[in-house]
Design a protein around this ligand. Structure first.
Ligand SMILES: [Fe+2]
Length: 187
């Protein structure tokens, strides 16, 4: 990835991981850092702008998710520096290097925000799983473990998002929809 004119020179460290491995792992981590920072701001965008009857629970859920992502940015950046690298964590680097699409600005409802976030958490989760395999293949079990930890929670968050979409919210216990009930009453 571009380092804004800075070559990714490694700082001296006594860590027993080769320069070749560290260089590759740092590049993977910095890519993840950019996407994580981008995703965090997108979740905040949803937190601030969601509207509708489910406003409060979604407003709170999105804030929790953003706080988690903030913690992950710190964990990825500090793994970069533990490996002797330069963490690239400004908003400008994030915007230019993130692999995620920009967040839509013309949506309001909870459902639309959930769909938009699920459409971003899914590729982010995929990239984490790829990074687990890549860093494991490179022999850096600790970075692979970090990715595994984050990946598990991101999968859980994708489930939380998708659970809002997976059942017809208007279906009652006897299987009839509220719309059908309203129709029957008005006859
Ligand atoms: Fe807030």
């Amino acid at each position: 990835m571009s380092t804004n004119g800075r070559s990714q020179t490694l700082y001296p460290t006594r860590i027993d991981i080769s320069v070749e491995v560290r260089t590759q792992v740092i590049a993977i981590l910095n890519q993840t850092l950019a996407s994580t920072l981008d995703l965090k701001t997108q979740v905040k965008q949803a937190h601030w702008n969601v509207k509708g009857m489910d406003f409060y629970q979604l407003h709170e859920l999105f804030d929790e998710m953003a706080t988690e992502l903030e913690e992950y940015t710190d964990m990825f950046a500090e793994r970069v520096t533990a490996l002797g690298g330069l963490a690239l964590g400004t908003a400008r680097v994030a915007a230019s290097q993130s692999t995620l699409p920009e967040y839509p600005f013309d949506i309001l409802s909870g459902k639309d925000h959930i769909v938009a976030l699920a459409d971003r958490f899914a590729p982010y989760a995929k990239s984490l799983r790829e990074a687990i395999a890549q860093t494991d293949d490179l022999g850096d079990a600790d970075t692979a473990d970090l990715y595994t930890e984050v990946s598990r929670t991101i999968d859980k968050r994708l489930w939380f998002l998708e659970a809002h979409l997976q059942a017809p919210e208007t279906t009652s216990k006897d299987g009839t929809t509220i719309q059908e009930k309203v129709k029957a009453k008005s006859k």
